[in-house]
Write a protein that binds this ligand. Structure first.
Ligand code: NDP
Length: 310
């Protein structure tokens, strides 16, 4: 457990997402090698990037680098920003039908003229390694086999690494997006937590948060969550990624939590950057191996099963 907990010099220990991601990446590498003979090739992830959004370019570059470092095949499709709906849907259909592709990821956000929900829905649910199709969202609700959304899975896994069994913990998730908040709430529920899902219309948010054993802000508002909102001894999993002005005209990333103050109140907290962020790609790679194993009718390799991912 303690291998991902680091001393912060204050009350709270840091939950080191980079260390967690390195553990998952290493297990994925072993799993990918184990699956290769049965597949007759290495597990393969296809990434589709439409347009030239700078943040998306960075994410996609990291995904490709980590996929290859894990001994898997990375297939890259970069399309111009004015790509039509039909062209993109045709590419997804082609990837759906390609037996040598195990996972398909369409990098979001898409340019405004494309309907992200429609495009994501076109992905074969058995290759939907982002876990965002209705099929996989429904499987999560039902507790059925499926591919789970990456960032929320990373949050739950980090909480389990920090705390062990989560049964009976009271969890407050702030944010109800399809990408993060809703699946995070359902994944904590699946761990037998008692979950409150808060959002912009929630009343008395500070008081509700102050009752949480595990607080999971996923809003996108820098330093919104104050130390006074955190129960002493709580675990804070900060999903927010916000770019703010820093000294010398530069900018830096920060989370949704007033981190420096929260360090004095919480028992464990994820930093931003270096917390939930690195876990997202790690789970994506794990999902690609899981998809490859299921599609080939193979058992999940032991290295991956032992991680006990959500
Ligand atoms: P969305 O903008 O889709 O959702 C934000 C949610 O926050 C909404 O449900 C909204 O409520 C809620 N919200 C907004 N303002 C408040 C408020 N004042 N009080 C309470 N709730 C509020 O964002 P995402 O879910 O996509 O992302 C959330 C954050 O997580 C962002 O900072 C994003 O960058 C980060 N992120 C990080 C990832 C990672 O890998 N670490 C991956 C994905 C996202 P309502 O529904 O009522 O509008």
């Amino acid at each position: 457990m303690s291998h991902i907990l680091k001393d912060s010099g204050a009350r709270a220990q840091l939950i080191d997402g980079k260390a967690g991601a390195a553990l998952v990446d290493a297990a994925v590498k072993v799993a990918a090698a184990e699956l290769t003979p049965a597949l007759g090739r290495t597990p393969a992830l296809a990434v589709v990037l439409v347009g030239d959004d700078p943040a998306s370019q960075v994410y996609v570059r990291n995904k490709i680098r980590r996929t290859e470092a894990a001994g898997m095949t990375s297939i890259e499709h970069r399309l111009p920003a004015d790509t039509s709906r039909d062209t993109l849907l045709r590419l997804i259909e082609q990837l759906n039908n390609d037996d040598a592709v195990d996972g398909i990821l369409v990098q979001l956000p898409l340019p405004d003229h494309l309907n992200a929900a429609e495009i994501v829905e076109a992905i074969d649910p058995f290759k939907d390694v982002d876990g965002l199709t209705a099929h996989n969202a429904g499987a999560l609700v039902q507790g059925a086999t499926g591919l789970r959304a990456c960032t929320p899975s990373g949050c739950v896994w980090l909480a389990k690494q920090a705390l062990g069994d989560l049964t009976g913990k009271s969890v407050v998730v702030i944010g109800r997006s399809i990408l993060v908040g809703k699946p995070a709430a359902l994944l904590f529920l699946a761990e037998n937590c008692t979950v409150t899902l808060a959002h912009s219309r929630t009343r008395n948010l500070a008081e509700i948060c102050a009752k949480a054993d595990i607080l999971v802000p996923a809003v996108g508002r820098p330093h919104m969550v104050k130390a006074s909102w955190i129960k002493p001894g709580a675990t804070v999993i900060d999903v927010g990624i916000n770019r703010i002005d820093a000294e010398g005209g530069k900018s830096r990333l920060t989370g949704d939590v007033d981190f420096d103050q929260a360090l004095k109140v919480a028992d464990q907290i994820t930093p931003v950057p270096g917390g939930v962020g690195p876990m997202t790609i790690a789970i994506l790679l794990a999902n690609t191996c899981t998809a490859a194993a299921r599609r080939a009718g193979q058992p999940l390799p032991a290295a991956l099963a032992e991680l006990d991912l959500p």
